[in-house]
Ligand binder design. Sequence first.
Ligand SMILES: [Zn+2]
Length: 87
Amino acid sequence: MDSSSSSANLCTEDSKKFCCCGLRAPLKTSKTTTNPGMKFYGCTKYKTKQSCGFFIWLDELLTIQEADRSQRIQDALGLHRDEERQT
Ligand SMILES: [Zn+2]
């Protein structure tokens, strides 16, 4: 029996596309007055008590992906060689 329960918002690497429920996080549009029209990925069960609480703005995700991509380009080009990262 696996009784471990994670309460982290981002539980896996794939949480960029999948929420902690293991479901695909769909792209939604915010309808709040504070962020009208803002796109975000959220848990499909959000607003329910079963929600894992996964939530990320598209802008935020793009920023992460952009940083990730430039990091990979730098790695590919051999930059940042003095920064040894273990996997
Ligand atoms: Zn979820």
